[in-house]
Design a protein. Sequence first.
Length: 469
Amino acid sequence: MGTVASAVQASAKRGAPATAVVRGTPVCDTNARMESPSENPPRRELLRAIGRWSLVALVVNSIVGSGVFGLPSTVAALIGNYSPYAVLAAGAGMSVIMGCFAEVASRFHQAGGPYLYARVAFGRLMGIQTAWMLWLGQVSAPAANANLFVVYLGEFFPHARDPLPRAVILTVLVGFLMFINIRGVRAGAQVSNLFTAAKLVPLFAVIVLGLLVLQHHHWNILSAPVTSPGTSRWLKAMLLLVFAYGGFETALAPMSEAKDPRRDAPFALFAALLVCTVIYALIQWAVVGVLPDAAHSQRPLADVARIAVGPVGAALVAVGALISFYGYLSAKILAMPRVPFALAEQGDFPNAFAAVHRRFHTPYVSILAFAAMVWGFALIGEFKWNVTLSAVARLLYYGVGCAALPILRHKQPQGARAMFRLPAGNFLAVLGVILCVILVTRVDFGQSLILVATIALAFANWAVVARRS
């Protein structure tokens, strides 16, 4: 059948169960069962408990992580006082990719996010490859944040980075969030909302303190003499900033637990992009304006607060950084287990990953597996190692997501009509793919062995399920 929605509608008209087939594999409507109750016991369903504003908070929480606390100095080192404009340009570039994802997401109400989009648009093989890339990128990113949490905790507990304390800290960090999310998606969403609000407070405080310092000294970013950076430096800066805006795809994974996913997903993506663009631009402006040598600052936001109000301000920003890192981790553990859950639902992964807890209605096996992977990557790797893995994987599935838009428009001209239609969508989809290709050329493929291994595992996964089908 051509599309999920058209097949479901056709089946409903015939009085048959609402089941569609995409390239030979059943894709079921979340409100229907494949078998009759007399043949099999009723299947336990996930609860739709994530509202519109909780979804916005989840997107913001998935984007704002460690980057905002470290990248301002790195970007300043590359392009100096032009860096606030680079932040705005990167936000505009990311709006192209997020716009494509917004339309594609508005066609679906099931779990899986980019995996599901790739599978329906390009078939099982591309879907499985995208799922493994998504898994790699979104396991390594929270592992990187967990590592940075331990580093910042060293400001208050000097032995935090010693092997035994580090292992204990990482175990407690990941274990607590795993427990909360197994207990229920509503509790997980509430924790994510709490961390989102908590992490925004120190960021806004740095912005206000920085602007007050700038106003007192009558500083103007345009008045400082600078040498125009070359194209290579601009591209490197844009690459870093696009990664700073990344992570939104995490919030698209648990759509089977959103109250109105097809309408709320586009709204949440664009609302979060606006919030993050404003925060990033103002923070970059404050950093390059307040710090006399922003390029060499190890903790630029803490240094801004130190200049404004002294050591107390720096300590508060360090606490804010810890909250931000842990909030980012909470968003990933809430959303990303829904990817292996979706794989299992479509028959592309072992059935155990589709298990739903009898009492809490959560995909507890997938949550346990994802938490264990994050814990393991955090233990064996360090921050830069995990960030590199996440960066490479992210660009690959961003390109696939953009390319899916015109394909789905062609395959679903009537059925599964998009709730949001991106103006000039086909053109912007091509532009998004080109942007991803350009940025891939700037990536350090130091972790290419793990990338190749992940692709090989995805092929093996596909071969097994294809032969079984």
